[in-house]
Design a protein around this ligand. Structure first.
Ligand SMILES: Nc1ncnc2c1ncn2[C@@H]1O[C@H](COP(=O)(O)OP(=O)(O)O)[C@@H](O)[C@H]1O
Ligand SMILES: [Mg+2]
Length: 243
């Protein structure tokens, strides 16, 4: 009985943490959405202006190098802010998922192919997908694609060109479990509780929004996501989705 009680207590603590994370995301989401919407238009104008400027001076030999350099800086920094704003808008999307039957293996394969073509997977030496055919879930395919884009790009970032990504899909009675493992640098125990927080990043150019987006998408699908990581060995994210 005591064992049961301890287990139940553990479960309750975990449920509480999940609820808290959900609420944290919801309130930050509202704020983020307002800010991102306000920033979007002026930002696009700055981006366009910088684009025009760099075109204009690009082929002029008389232009001082310092001007060229500065315009290049404005351009690349604006791109960076644009990425943050796009992530924020995506993160705070209030829309409920549009559920349709999705073949999960196909979906993951198409994400992998797309990322391979665009070079986003070049940081991984090899990847491997193990799954039976015809595993279907009710899900919003656009949102699910984002989940895997984020997980795979984090895995690539963690591996610095030498690791493997392993993806495994299993079915249970009423759920589907997707494991994404990498052989990257892992996450320290002290950072684990923070990785799903918006804006938590350990990368110089990170936005810290990827896993917050992933978390909120999985939550909208009434699923759950768990992480298991060992520093210097690798990380596994396990997603469970109801069928
Ligand atoms: N597969 C992984 N391996 C190691 N660390 C990871 C992995 N996925 C996420 N992380 C850690 O979690 C942090 C947050 O990830 P994320 O929300 O996607 O933001 P970002 O990628 O912009 O840093 C990362 O900065 C990194 O420290
Ligand atoms: Mg990321």
């Amino acid at each position: 009985m005591q064992h049961n009680l301890v287990e139940r207590e553990k479960e309750l603590i975990k449920k509480n943490e999940e609820l808290l994370q959900g609420r944290k995301l919801a309130s930050i989401g509202t704020l983020a959405s307002g800010v991102a919407h306000e920033l979007n238009n002026p930002l696009n104008n700055i981006y366009l202006a910088a684009q025009i400027l760099s075109k204009e001076i690009g082929d002029q030999d008389t232009c001082p190098p310092i001007v060229k350099e500065t315009v290049k800086d404005i351009f690349s920094q604006t791109l960076r802010v644009k990425r943050i704003v796009t992530d924020l808008l995506e993160f705070s999307r209030e829309k409920e998922p549009e559920l349709k039957t999705v073949d999960i293996k196909n979906l993951i394969n198409s994400v992998l192919t797309r990322m391979e073509i665009s070079g986003e997977l070049s940081g991984a030496k090899k990847f491997n997908l193990r799954a039976a055919d015809d595993i279907r879930v009710l899900a919003d395919s656009h949102l699910l694609e984002q989940v895997f884009v984020n997980l795979f790009s984090n895995a690539v970032d963690a591996m610095e060109g030498k690791g493997f990504i392993d993806i495994e899909i299993n079915t249970r009675n009423d759920s589907v479990r997707i494991k994404v493992s990498d052989t990257g640098k892992g996450i320290s125990a002290e950072n684990i509780p923070r990785i799903f927080d918006p804006f938590f990043t350990t990368k110089e150019k990170g936005t810290g929004l990827g896993l917050a987006i992933v978390f909120s998408i999985i939550e909208k699908h009434k699923g759950k996501i768990e992480v298991d990581s060992e520093p210097h060995k690798g990380t596994t994210f396990t997603i469970t989705l109801p069928r």
